[in-house]
Design a protein around this ligand. Sequence first.
Ligand code: DAK
Length: 261
Amino acid sequence: MNATPEVLIEKDGPVGIATLSRPKALNALSQPLIKELLAALEAFDADPAVRVMLVTGSERAFAAGADINEMKDLPDSKAAEDAMAEHLARWDRIAQLKKPVIAAVSGFALGGGCELAMACDMIVASETAQFGQPETLIGVIPGAGGTQRLTKAVGQALAMDLCLTGRRLNAREALAAGLVSRVFAPEVFLAEAKKLAHEVAKMAPLAAQAAKRAVRKALDVDTPAGLRAERQDFYLLFDSKDQKEGMKAFVEKRPPKFAGD
Ligand code: DAK
């Protein structure tokens, strides 16, 4: 762990917030920073009081990529793999969290920054956001899922364009391309992102987690397998108290009280 935290952790009721805070390097995602972020998110994932997580950065940068200084002197592929295998495993664990994770992106989300946002379940953006995968400009390619997740989010034409030219998408372009789901004016961006997180936190927690799992499944498996997984989770939710409460509250015309079981 760093002497000075580079990830600020806060709980806002049922919303666990992790704010990347390495301003001098535009939140470049060094190995210690990712380690700290993963620890924070896994603690939120295990905390029964937390239902949704929000990952955000500063106004100027969500994150400007993995830390180039950590990679620049790696002599060859073997050294790169040795140095980064554990790091990559941590990135994978971020994508495997059970609870919904929202990325709230202001400013630069480049390279690993864009990949981190895409490892989350939903991306909302400030009008200042800029998304890109400029790794080919520095002699590599996206290494934390960018080629796959970006292509699935925006399609081959645009993903290829971004990866081969390093050009950036602004927030409106990212919205039109399907990379982000909402764009907010800078003055209200964080408040709106938190509002959204609180809205998601009102859902039946087990159902929200199952919805996350099922939607993500669509990216990984063919449709029949995805439908099987969806159906299985649909039926399983009838074992939960929250399904009983949700449907009872509906017919009684009152708001549900979900306990998460
Ligand atoms: N790494 C380290 N430092 C960075 C950085 C980065 N990615 N991005 C910015 N900085 C630092 C700058 O060096 C500068 O530091 P000082 O010179 O002040 O000490 C400070 O942040 C401010 O940056 P600038 O002076 O450059 O600010 P500008 O406004 O002029 O430009 C910029 C902002 C974001 C356009 C520019 O900094 C930039 O182009 N940054 C690099 C963007 C980039 O190429 N990103 C992709 C990096 S490669 C993997 C996991 C992840 C990855 C790969 C593998 N595994 C686990 C296998 C991901 C790879 C990448 O992300």
